[in-house]
Design a protein around this ligand. Structure first.
Ligand code: PAF
Length: 280
């Protein structure tokens, strides 16, 4: 397995593979890999001749008061997981490899980015779209893999690929959970034992919402109110948002009469966690 920080060398390697007629899958990550990432990597390894995993904590998708500096990093463990999973190349650039001092070109999507996390994290999706674009231009993938835990991100990337006529298939993969239901996230490491217990309100609220939809409830406001009530009963939890939107154009929607996404962001102490379910 190759570990490379230089974007030009990565592109040269991928071009050499493509010359041989090999297909390339890309799994973009910020590292500190867990079983959620592993499920994306496994699928990419199954569906492509070569797999590139990018590990890059992208500074431009963090707001000034967010957790860029303390975001967990462990390149040794990540490389081991990648090697054991059959990854061909780990792309691990430094910020200076990706952004020149006078970098000044950003992608701004203005549809699915407007709701949910887009409201509370104003620079986030422009940073994501810009870096994903760069990663696509460096790794030249046939397919790229994104987790459904970041459902809005998946919708935004799909929209960008469609709007900018990129010849890349975006593959969305299901949420991977801990045995007790908590969605796997690199940020779970921030939780104290007490907060870890409290964090279960997110998956319990997801389950509640799913049960209501399964039982035939179509009133979005009723569904969201019950999910919120469950979260509000937990003293360590503070809701950023719990909302129903249409899937996958992420427009405010109040009725289960087509594909919908119920998504939430909740602070447990200082840690902001997200979770969701989709009904197609
Ligand atoms: O989902 C993530 O980890 C990041 O947003 C991504 C897609 C790797 C871009 O930095």
């Amino acid at each position: 397995m190759i570990i490379e920080h230089d974007p030009n060398k990565v592109r040269e390697q991928v071009k050499a593979w493509k010359k041989e007629g090999l297909t390339v899958g890309l799994v973009p990550t910020m590292g500190y890999l867990h079983e959620g990432h592993k499920s994306l990597i496994d699928r990419a390894v199954k569906e492509n001749d070569r797999v590139v995993v990018s590990i890059f904590v992208n500074p431009i998708q963090f707001g000034p008061t967010e957790d860029l500096d303390k975001y967990p990093r462990d390149l040794n463990a990540d490389s081991k997981l990648c090697e054991e999973s059959g990854v061909s190349l780990v792309f691990n650039p430094q910020p200076s490899d990706m952004y020149a001092d006078d970098f000044s070109t950003y992608i701004k999507e203005s549809g699915p980015t407007e709701e949910l996390c887009g409201k509370s994290r104003p620079v986030h999706f422009s940073g994501v779209c810009t870096v994903v674009n760069k990663l696509f231009n460096i790794a030249l993938p046939d397919r790229a893999y994104f987790g459904q835990k970041d459902a809005q991100q998946l919708a935004v990337v799909r929209r960008m690929v469609r709007d900018l006529s990129m010849d890349i298939k975006i593959v969305g993969c299901p949420i991977v959970r801990e045995p007790d239901g908590l969605a796997k996230s690199s940020r779970n490491i921030y939780l104290s034992p007490e907060e870890r217990k409290a964090a279960l309100v997110l998956s319990r609220a997801v389950k509640k919402g799913q049960e209501l939809v399964d039982a035939g409830e179509t009133d979005g406001d009723k569904i969201i109110d019950q999910m919120k009530a469950l979260i509000e009963a937990e003293p360590l939890a503070k809701i950023d948002y719990v909302e129903m939107v249409s899937w996958d154009d992420i427009k405010v929607h109040h009725k289960v009469d087509g594909p919908i996404l119920c998504a939430m962001a909740v602070f447990i102490g200082n840690t902001r966690l997200i979770d969701n379910f989709i009904r197609e």
